[in-house]
Design a binder for this molecule. Structure first.
Ligand SMILES: Nc1ncnc2c1ncn2[C@@H]1O[C@H](COP(=O)(O)OP(=O)(O)OP(=O)(O)O)[C@@H](O)[C@H]1O
Length: 299
């Protein structure tokens, strides 16, 4: 691992346009060594463009980008060997078997992981002699993940890694990613699964229209207001509801006022917003704000 205090990823004011489309529009991002950061955002928000710029596959129009201390536009082979990349698209690996391809890719790296252990870790042991064309979509994705981690990267990019996984495979994959983090791997992940971000990420970064609109730990994202609890109960046969920062105090008051002989308050529920609720609120607010900005300052 690198001993420098510079972050693993530093992005300041990243811009990228395709024709008239501003795909990335002043994006800032920082990932510390050893962190798992999940980038969330709707389709077309600019996540893949950003990640592929960090990987050195696309060129920024403007902005300062450093990945493991290097500008990806000029990253050499040694720099690249410190990265692991799981792209969104499947590669065409045609006739090779799982074992052949994982061993082959391991050969590109100076100090790879044991390919057989990697095949086991992604749950492809049973399929190690299968040709890749005979794998299911989810199994191909696991193979992509195996190829991303076999080089024992310091920094791993996972672009929608569990698309097509069944729920059990997804849970197994989460275990694999946590294991990598525990060994010190820094991970930047994009996902559309809020549950995945909640499970894995130390920090969530929400991107809309090519910019970061919010970031924070999964349980504090959106701030205290967005996290307020909704308390529901029934009083004199009528459903009641109150949104509060202090649900425990409210429940205590309701209990002393309304509890029956059995100590219960009728219909009592305390509902906390999920990460998905908070995320959807942030995206709505970002789109509303962008609409206003565009009207006021046409570009
Ligand atoms: N090579 C390209 N040429 C033209 N436009 C592009 C290209 N790549 C991306 N775009 C556009 O840039 C915007 C951002 O795309 P990007 O793939 O970065 O979004 P994303 O957040 O990764 O979306 P998704 O969640 O669907 O993967 C989109 O409007 C997309 O259509």
């Amino acid at each position: 691992m690198t001993t420098t205090s510079a972050p693993a990823v530093l992005v300041e004011g990243l811009h990228k346009r395709y024709g008239d489309k501003r795909a990335v529009d002043g994006l800032d991002l920082r990932v510390e060594h050893g962190e798992i950061v999940a980038v969330l955002g709707p389709n077309g928000a600019g996540k893949t463009t950003t990640v592929e710029t960090l990987e050195g596959f696309r060129r920024a129009d403007a902005g300062h980008v450093r990945v493991l201390g290097e500008d990806p536009a000029h990253g050499d082979r040694r720099w690249r060997s410190r990265l692991g990349v799981v792209l969104q698209d499947n590669h065409d690996m045609a006739e090779a078997t799982v074992r052949e391809i994982v061993h082959h890719v391991a050969g590109f790296y100076p100090a790879p992981r044991d390919p057989e252990a990697v095949i086991d870790a992604v749950g492809l042991r049973e399929k190690r002699s299968a040709r890749t064309r005979a794998l299911s979509g989810g199994q191909r994705r696991r193979l992509d993940v195996a190829l991303g981690v076999v080089g024992d990267p310091e920094l791993l990019f996972l672009d929608e890694p569990t698309t097509g996984f069944d729920p059990q495979a997804r849970h197994e994959f989460w275990g694999l990613v946590k294991g990598l983090r525990d060994e010190g791997t820094t991970i930047l992940l994009t996902t559309h699964y809020l549950e995945e971000a909640e499970h894995l990420a130390d920090r969530v970064v929400v991107v809309a229209d090519g910019r970061v609109v919010a970031q924070g730990a999964p349980d504090t994202l959106g701030g205290r207001r967005a996290r307020r609890a909704r308390v529901r109960w029934t009083e004199d046969g009528t459903p009641r509801e109150e949104v509060t920062d202090t649900p425990t105090a409210l429940v205590a008051r309701l209990t002393s006022r309304l509890a029956g002989a059995d100590g219960e308050v009728a219909g009592l529920q305390v509902l906390r917003p999920t990460l998905e609720d908070v995320y959807l609120g942030l995206i709505d607010a970002a789109h509303d704000a962008a609409g206003t900005t565009h009207e006021e300052t046409p570009r």
